[in-house]
Design a protein around this ligand. Sequence first.
Ligand SMILES: C[S@@+](CC[C@H](N)C(=O)[O-])C[C@H]1O[C@@H](n2cnc3c(N)ncnc32)[C@H](O)[C@@H]1O
Length: 275
Amino acid sequence: MDREKPRLGTVQETLLIPLYARAVENRKEHALLRDARAEEIVASIDYDFGRFDDLPSLTGALLRTLLFDRWVTDFLSEHPDGTVVEIGTGLNTRHERVDNGRARWFELDLPDVIALRRTFFTDTPRRTMIAASVTDESWAVEVASRTDGPCLFVAEAVLPYLHEPDVRRVVDLLADRFPGSLLALDTAGPGFFDTQEQHDALSKVDARMHWNCPDPAGLADWRPGIGVLASHTLTSLPGPLLAELPLPYQQMVSAIAAQRLPQAEGYRLNLLHLP
Ligand SMILES: C[S@@+](CC[C@H](N)C(=O)[O-])C[C@H]1O[C@@H](n2cnc3c(N)ncnc32)[C@H](O)[C@@H]1O
């Protein structure tokens, strides 16, 4: 098989980390999630994925994906015809994992990522890829013109790479164009942000985070009416989700929680309600 050499910008390259995490997990007997598609995609991309082998943060990426998947599933149970917008979708396969056969999906990323994504995925009447920066208002205009239902925006491992003024611009853009919507995002606080040079996976690529968010509760002050509906570390996942993990993973999470590592405590997964 001819393997595709990805031509990706610096921050765009980071999409290969969670992709590889899902691909490797798919081969395990007791897996956190199944993603045969990720395994196929990894096999067809010409990239030194071996640099990420056995890195502990691959498990962290999977736990994050599971919680974000759960938030999408919860949203779609309440709004089966709702709209899910994947911001910085990379080569994520959330649609394959949790689509309900009715919802409207938009998958947004920078142009080089969408060009690569189009070699593996195709648009359908319910699923549309958009090539744009999340900070560019044009994509929001397009999505707003094509949907009028409740929206959930999922920004998984994306916003920490932006500078804070740009993150604020994105939150304002979403609140202005899609009032009442939900936004799932991760935040890197000092314990995580300040140690990124030593981070097992980030240190293997050139991209770096720029938004240091010490306390996601403070996001409620960014705009009147923003509500922080949930905020979890990877070691304080919701009980029902934790209880569904294979036992070795439950034990691993408990062991890491007991150490109260600044890196683990500083990284949070959050669900916001926008006014
Ligand atoms: C770590 S990857 C996460 C990919 C995907 N969300 C996942 O979990 O598999 C970060 C992604 O954010 C995208 N990204 C970074 N800055 C962006 C921007 N300004 N607009 C849109 N996407 C952006 C990158 O191109 C990349 O695909």
